[in-house]
Design a protein around this ligand. Structure first.
Ligand SMILES: NC(=O)c1ccc[n+]([C@@H]2O[C@H](COP(=O)([O-])OP(=O)(O)OC[C@H]3O[C@@H](n4cnc5c(N)ncnc54)[C@H](OP(=O)(O)O)[C@@H]3O)[C@@H](O)[C@H]2O)c1
Length: 253
């Protein structure tokens, strides 16, 4: 994928992986706008020279007005990244977890669908473009302390596959970015093995440049998750990852 001359909107680009990829896409030569809720982060990014668009992916009205603002400013928009996501722990023995399940599905799955729906007519009309969806190694190998998160990301994987098939022939491609644990959003505190953000972004940019429309972006650190079932390591790895259930408050003390 040539990133030297794209016009990209990174929804969920106000922090972490999205913000780093915004900087990398801009450094490669693309025009980049960033979407998200945080007014402080949006104004910092505006000062850095990014276009900024306020949006909440859990709210269809907000997504539609963000789409209108984005297309008014960038009528040639050709790349939409659905990066917005929350990563919440849930204790399934406590019924109060349901609120977290709702937030997770509403943001990670329905939020992705809302953004894709908002921009599909434009990209199809234009006859050229790319959606970059964002899943996780956890979509392929569950991490038991984050059940709805795993379900949401497995769903976004399945949705991305169907979207790619439905858009076939329109000129609009679908790329699924599958990060392993990356040292953002507090991951570095709970997971000493989380990949440094810079290393992750280097590998992603390299992989993106290798293929005009790669189906999946798989850095080395996520291959063990992505292919666990095929490799016969799935059951052992799920058992190993279940030890992390000790981090749930009800299992402590
Ligand atoms: N870090 C990891 O280990 C890891 C691993 C695999 C997959 N991922 C995925 O990568 C993506 C980015 O994660 P990150 O680590 O960079 O986390 P992060 O720093 O917390 O970034 C999350 C982004 O999502 C946005 N967001 C959350 N709720 C939103 C909403 N309702 N509307 C609009 N934007 C919303 C946030 O922006 P505002 O708060 O400004 O709205 C922020 O820009 C997520 O989809 C995550 O699931 C991360």
């Amino acid at each position: 994928m040539d990133l030297s001359n794209r016009t990209a909107l990174i929804v969920g680009g106000t922090s972490g992986i999205g913000r780093e990829l915004a900087r990398r896409f801009a450094a490669a030569g693309s025009t980049v706008a960033v979407g998200g809720r945080s007014p402080e982060a949006l104004s910092e990014l505006a000062e850095e020279g990014f276009g900024t668009i306020s949006m909440d992916v859990t709210d269809s009205v907000s997504v539609a007005s963000a789409r209108d603002a984005a297309l008014a400013r960038y009528p040639e928009l050709d790349t939409v990244v659905t990066m917005s996501g929350v990563m919440l722990l849930e204790d399934l023995r406590d019924p109060a977890h349901f609120k977290r399940a709702e937030t997770t599905i509403d943001t990670n799955l329905l939020g992705t669908i809302r953004v894709i729906d908002a921009f599909t007519p434009h990209l199809v009309r234009q006859g050229v473009g790319t959606f970059i969806t964002v899943t996780s190694g956890i979509a392929f190998l569950p991490f038991p302390p984050m059940p709805s998160y795993a379900a949401s990301k497995a769903a976004v994987h399945a949705y991305s596959e169907a979207l790619r098939a439905q858009l076939d022939g329109t000129g609009v491609g679908v790329v699924e970015l599958v990060p392993p644990a990356v040292a953002t959003a507090g991951q570095e505190e709970v997971n000493p093995h989380a990949l440094p953000l810079d290393d992750f972004a280097n590998e992603v940019m390299h992989l993106l440049s290798q293929d005009p429309t790669p189906h999946e972006i798989l850095v080395k650190g996520v291959l063990m998750h992505r292919w666990a079932e095929r490799d016969g390591t799935y059951a052992d790895l799920v058992a190993q990852r279940s030890q992390a259930l000790a981090m749930l408050p009800s299992r402590q003390g």
